[in-house]
Design a protein around this ligand. Structure first.
Ligand code: 8OZ
Length: 378
């Protein structure tokens, strides 16, 4: 293996019109710690993001664009005034610490439960096909509910919800938008033929299945400069019971159409989300070449693989997820090549400061060690 200079990971990068201070992105991470009742971000959430502002760019946890777009309990929204006020705390904290943050806009589609939906209604999807997966609600894990298919008029309404959320994100002080087009949620449900059986303009051939993703993008581009917009994609991931018979066809078509719009980046989950990188064959380098903007690579990257990938020109930025949960100072740790804190999966979703804002930095560890030495000497 060729060895590459580790410094590439810590070199600046121009993303759209923004100068990022390194190539390390904090991946979007669902943590289910928004304020109960309002789903508004709070001081604890602001502290969590502030601690991680060393990233060249933070992508926020997924934020539902509407109540209908919610699929799990206590995830933050970006549709109400209280939520906008809450997010202001987050963006101020990150900006005060010298960081940059995009919000991830999310509609879960069929990955939801009636208890989370307005009026206890059925979740919505391109087609009325239930996912064989679970979500979590106040009482724990449950099967997702049977969805109903959106009418073509309703699709226009959902696109309007994305636009409203994008305008709210601007009010809340975000630096940009990441559209969540991955992991078996609504946009991915439209893209892939396992979940999209429509016979109207939004279903059938790839051009139709990509229409929803592109309509959402266009609605957001009426509000945000194209240099501040990106999208997350997961071409082959089976996350949330999704599949497509020809992912290359879908994602190369999409890359071409997104290039024409000049958006800033695609953030690509390579392989199975949180699982095997080689889950199914896919030409990620080809996708990178087919897209005009930056390529953020994600999924199970280590320091070594990140340096190698950047060194070989296979990505512009690397997104780290779970490692950022347990290492608020991940950039410094990667720079010094020091050990990383292990993460505790039991505290990923829901709860309080434990497993959220209490992971130690190197400075904390040094202080603790000095305290122990001092106590020993005294
Ligand atoms: C874990 C739990 C709930 C949601 C994703 C937004 O996979 C998520 C998510 C992850 O994109």
């Amino acid at each position: 293996m060729m060895t590459h200079d580790p410094e590439i990971l810590f070199s600046p990068f121009r993303l759209g019109d923004l100068e990022l201070r390194n190539r390390i992105v904090m991946a979007p991470l669902t943590r289910n710690r928004a304020t109960r009742g309002t789903d508004a971000p709070n001081e604890l959430n602001a502290e969590y993001y502030r601690q991680r502002a060393c990233a060249g760019l933070i992508i926020s946890e997924a934020a539902q664009i509407s109540k209908q777009g919610q699929g799990y309990i206590w995830t933050p929204g970006i549709y109400s005034d209280a939520q906008v006020e809450g997010w202001k705390k987050v963006t101020c904290a990150v900006h005060d610490a010298g960081g940059k943050i995009f919000i991830q806009l999310w509609h879960v589609g069929r990955i939801s439960h009636r208890s989370l939906q307005p009026g206890g209604a059925a979740p919505v999807a391109p087609s009325a096909i239930r996912a064989r997966t679970k979500t979590f609600i106040e009482t724990g894990f449950v099967d997702v509910s049977e969805p109903r298919a959106l009418s073509i008029e309703e699709i226009g309404g959902v696109i309007q919800d994305y636009a409203k959320a994008a305008a709210n994100a601007k009010k809340a002080g975000f630096d940009g938008i990441e559209i969540h087009g991955a992991n078996g949620y609504l946009i991915d449900q439209f893209l892939k033929d396992g979940t999209n059986k429509r016979s109207d303009a939004y279903g059938g051939p790839v051009e139709n299945r990509a229409r929803f993703a592109l309509d959402v993008t266009d609605a957001i581009l009426r509000i945000w400069d194209r240099r501040r917009v990106g999208i997350r994609l997961a071409p082959v991931s089976p996350a949330n019971d999704i599949s497509d018979s020809d992912p290359a066809k879908v994602f190369f078509y999409l890359a071409d159409k997104l290039s024409a719009r000049g958006i800033a980046f695609i953030d690509v989950i390579e392989g199975a989300t949180g699982g095997a990188r080689d889950y199914a064959p896919f030409d990620y380098l080809g996708l990178r070449k087919a897209f005009s903007g930056a390529y953020i690579a994600n999924n199970d990257y280590t320091r070594e693989l990140a340096i190698e990938t950047l060194g070989e020109g296979r990505a512009d930025l690397i997104a780290f997820g779970k490692l950022f949960i347990s290492n608020p100072d991940l950039v410094e740790r990667l720079k010094l090549d020091t050990p990383l804190n292990p993460y505790d999966q039991a505290t990923f979703y829901g709860g309080d400061a434990r497993g959220y804002t209490d992971y130690p930095t190197l400075a904390h560890e040094a202080m603790r060690a000095a305290g122990r030495a001092g106590a020993g000497a005294g």
